[in-house]
Ligand binder design. Structure first.
Ligand code: ADP
Ligand code: MG
Length: 236
């Protein structure tokens, strides 16, 4: 067993005018390679903030983030962009797909726009094939050319999952991926994530409000008063 992603003593506050609102107050966390961890906690407890810090979308006020034992919260901007693009895949509650692009374009575009002009033409065909393959894997092989407004909620989240997997990340951070879906559709999305976790050995952290969804993770942690505690359904 090896610790894939870890946080040590993470602190984060936001400022409302002159008042400081502490959100994270010393988060310690270790996630093993291949583990699927559910993150629960009441609304406003800092779950999204934590995911942003772990995925280097934002920086902590204090504390450290480690990938395979190496500190990553303080790397150069260039290395941080590379980690965001290659190591982490993000899934959000409201999908964040571009309305004017097809499902296929939505999956490949984040990677295509990072290429130089030369890389763009060189990699376009490869990325297109990867995107089509991923959309087939998530059950959208018949929806490649559909725009987001032509897809159902569950299909939108499947497209967003394909986008998160494009480029082959090692770690998937999902922030309430079933939060906008009915129970049955949410369960099918959870099963897809669970299958991808197992077949690709992906490390996953998934924020959820839903105890039935959380119970299917390998482990549940809870954010309380700015810190992480281990949680088990028996404690409810
Ligand atoms: P959760 O995802 O658990 O609902 P968040 O991490 O989104 O919680 O937010 C935690 C707290 O931080 C909330 O009180 C929220 O209002 C506040 N907050 C989050 N983001 C910002 C921001 N960019 N500026 C100011 N306050 C914020
Ligand atoms: Mg949130």
């Amino acid at each position: 067993m090896s610790i894939h992603l870890a946080a040590e003593g993470l602190f984060k506050s936001y400022h409302k005018g002159r008042t400081e609102v502490p959100v994270l107050r010393g988060v310690d966390l270790e996630v093993e390679r291949g583990e699927l961890v559910a993150v629960i906690g009441s609304s406003g407890s800092g779950k999204s903030t934590l995911m942003h810090l772990l995925g280097l979308l934002d920086g902590p006020d204090a504390g450290q983030v480690f990938l395979d034992g190496r500190r990553i919260d303080n790397v150069s901007e260039r290395n941080r962009d590379a980690l965001r693009n290659q190591t982490f895949g993000f899934i959000f509650q409201f999908y964040h797909l571009m309305p004017e692009l097809s499902a296929l374009e939505n999956v490949m575009m984040p990677h295509l726009i990072r290429q130089s002009l030369f890389g763009y033409f060189k990699n376009r065909t490869r990325l297109r094939a990867e995107a089509a393959h991923l959309l087939k894997r998530v059950g959208l092989g018949h929806r490649l050319d559909h725009k987001p407004n032509e897809l159902s909620g569950g299909e939108l989240q499947r497209a967003a999952i394909a986008r998160a997997l494009c480029g082959g990340p090692d770690i998937v951070l999902a922030d309430e991926p079933t939060g906008n879906l009915d129970a049955e559709t949410g369960q099918s999305i959870l099963e897809l994530l669970r299958d991808l976790n197992r077949e690709r050995g992906l490390t996953m952290m998934m924020v959820t409000h839903d105890p039935l969804i959380a119970a299917q993770a390998d482990r549940i942690v809870r954010l309380v008063e700015g810190r992480i505690e281990e949680w088990s359904p028996a404690l409810a």
